[in-house]
Design a protein around this ligand. Structure first.
Ligand code: HEC
Ligand code: HEC
Ligand code: HEC
Ligand code: HEC
Ligand code: HEC
Ligand code: HEC
Ligand code: HEC
Length: 376
């Protein structure tokens, strides 16, 4: 044993010498720069993954781990999906069957023209399963299949994947072919970073990780490890204006520019929170301090305790003398008090829950982020 270790050391020593010599040569040829091979390697990996942040940021990491941002992308295997996984068997109204193929899930059908079986392995499940899971498979570097039916774990039901209610010319029996930029956007909103040459993120980048909001972390980590605290190479998001912050979240949750107001999307003020919030009187007439962070902690799931939100309302709508002075604008009437209920119940009347899929048996609701008075 000793002998082998020594032998390896000797070999290592030789390698170090050789590499050193090659670096020296490369250094001459590319004055002042690193050898070209290494540049490509680092460019491809400015993103580090959540695990790389955990040792120094324990509290944010603990809060984020297992959150819906974290879990919004899974490998489509029974092992990864656990209790969220659908049962094998015929998928009603889909024309295909869900099967276990080794460790992975697959959908299969009999091609009615050829009489032969067709199999499509499923690769990823998008969505945390709070409401639904949509399965995708990568067909090439820039195309993927989005399955025709999505699974709703809480209801143990399959239903049409949102957007596929109306057939598209390019649809195939298993679902919709998503291509190019559209496919890339889909994966990007549910992951931390997507490689340039393919649509398939590395497993450590599944889900909305730290760097999806904070940006690539390599330079920051190198600086912090070297104790260069004066140059953190990391943006301080707490210093963003409320407008900038809403826009950051809107990159995925949809800003005004992302919503096609000519379409049915215009009324989806429950689905597109930034689009809705920035048009609320509470924001436009208060000097605009309202941001997602007025009511949410970016590192964890939504609170289901209504009191936390009501407190935010009462910061501006309590009695005049206790109201927060949010604006110098004399036209802003932030201290108005509700004539119906001045102390509680604000959310269910002014951010009413709206059905996500009104035409189906899925009863899930989202809070309407266009804070308003419902006129009946
Ligand atoms: C080796 C330890 C270390 C690692 C690893 C690390 N950080 Fe930091 N981070 C720090 C320190 C120390 C600070 C405080 C710097 C300061 O006070 O200026 C900091 C500050 C921050 C801040 C606040 C910036 C500011 O200006 O207020 C953010 C955001 C942040 N880190 C995110 C991350 C993310 C995301 C990762 C993983 C990609 C990460 N950090 C990995 C040590 C680390
Ligand atoms: C612009 C960013 C964006 C794009 C593009 C996008 N999503 Fe999403 N998706 C979101 C956000 C944000 C939510 C959370 C909605 C909410 O709760 O208000 C979501 C929710 C979901 C959910 C439901 C999660 C749950 O359990 O509640 C599924 C499933 C899903 N998306 C699948 C997809 C698929 C499949 C595609 C592409 C074909 C896609 N998304 C494209 C941002 C995006
Ligand atoms: C959905 C977006 C989002 C994700 C994901 C996210 N953060 Fe943050 N983070 C923010 C925002 C916004 C702030 C500034 C407001 C605040 O402090 O909450 C912030 C603040 C921070 C700070 C500064 C805290 C302070 O007190 O100054 C650190 C450190 C940090 N995040 C680390 C992380 C780490 C580590 C992860 C992953 C485990 C992570 N964040 C994931 C949005 C995010
Ligand atoms: C930053 C301060 C602020 C916060 C926080 C705030 N509002 Fe407002 N809100 C305002 C201002 C300013 C107006 C405009 C008053 C006016 O024009 O009469 C307003 C208007 C309203 C209106 C009347 C809307 C309309 O279309 O006429 C309702 C209802 C309302 N707020 C409810 C709420 C509820 C419920 C919350 C909490 C979920 C909340 N507000 C949070 C400042 C705020
Ligand atoms: C005035 C308070 C308030 C502000 C500001 C606010 N939200 Fe919310 N948000 C809520 C409430 C209330 C809920 C419903 C919580 C529950 O499920 O009980 C909610 C829920 C959500 C949900 C989960 C889906 C749902 O409706 O249950 C998402 C996603 C969300 N908010 C995103 C955002 C984003 C992004 C912003 C910034 C543009 C934002 N919110 C700003 C109060 C707010
Ligand atoms: C990279 C895309 C992305 C960014 C950036 C992003 N989100 Fe999300 N967010 C999502 C997706 C996707 C979901 C749906 C998670 C799921 O599958 O349930 C989500 C869900 C949420 C939820 C609902 C969590 C729950 O418990 O249901 C809240 C609240 C939320 N985001 C707030 C924010 C805020 C605030 C910011 C900005 C600081 C932000 N998000 C930035 C993609 C993003
Ligand atoms: C049971 C439903 C209900 C609850 C609970 C409720 N409101 Fe209202 N609120 C209304 C209705 C209806 C109006 C319109 C009254 C009118 O025009 O006469 C209103 C009006 C308002 C206005 C506009 C007042 C004005 O003078 O223009 C504000 C601001 C407001 N509510 C905030 C709140 C806040 C904050 C809470 C929680 C502390 C709350 N509301 C709780 C139903 C409700």
């Amino acid at each position: 044993m000793m002998h082998r270790v020594n032998g390896r050391r000797a070999l290592l020593g030789l390698l170090v010498l050789l590499t050193g010599a090659m670096l020296a040569i490369a250094g001459c040829m590319h004055r002042g720069g690193a050898p070209p091979g290494r540049i490509t390697a680092t460019q491809a990996s400015e993103f580090m993954g959540n695990a790389a942040c955990a040792e120094c940021h324990a509290s944010e990491s603990a809060a984020h781990r297992g959150s819906r941002h974290d879990l919004t992308m899974h490998a489509a295997t029974r092992a990864e999906l656990g209790a969220l996984a659908p049962r094998a068997g015929v998928v009603p109204l889909a024309g295909y069957t869900l099967e276990d193929r080794g460790d992975t899930l697959a959908i299969t059908r009999e091609n009615l023209d050829t009489g032969k079986p067709e199999v499509q392995t499923l690769q990823l499940a998008l969505g945390s399963g709070k409401v639904g899971l949509t399965f995708v498979s990568f067909l090439s570097a820039d195309t993927m299949l989005e399955t025709h039916m999505s699974y709703f774990p809480e209801y143990h039901l399959w239903d049409m994947t949102p957007g596929q209610e109306v057939k598209d010319a390019g649809d195939v029996p298993f679902g919709r072919i998503q291509q190019g930029e559209k496919a890339r956007r889909c994966v990007s909103c549910h992951s931390t970073t997507v490689p340039k040459q393919s649509l398939q993120p590395e497993p450590r980048f599944y889900g909305v990780g730290c760097e999806a909001c904070h940006g690539a972390g390599r330079a920051h980590i190198e600086a912090m490890q070297a104790k260069r605290y004066t140059e953190p190479h990391m943006e301080n998001l707490a210093k963003l204006s409320s407008t900038q912050l809403n826009q950051r979240c809107g990159k995925c949750h949809r800003n005004v520019v992302d919503v096609d107001i000519q379409s049915g999307d215009a009324t989806k003020t429950h689905r597109y929170q930034p689009y809705a919030l920035v048009r609320s009187a509470c924001r436009t007439r208060s000097g605009e301090p309202l941001s997602c962070l007025s009511c949410h902690d970016a590192h964890t799931n939504v609170s289901t305790d209504r009191k936390t939100y009501e407190q935010a309302c009462l910061n501006c709508h309590a009695k005049a003398e206790t109201a927060h002075p949010v604006s110098q604008d004399p036209n802003s009437r932030q201290s108005r008090v509700c004539p119906v209920n001045a102390t509680t119940g604000c959310i269910s009347c002014h951010m009413r829950p709206r059905r996500l899929f009104p035409e189906t048996t899925i009863t899930a609701t989202l809070a309407d982020h266009l804070i308003s008075i419902e006129h009946k």
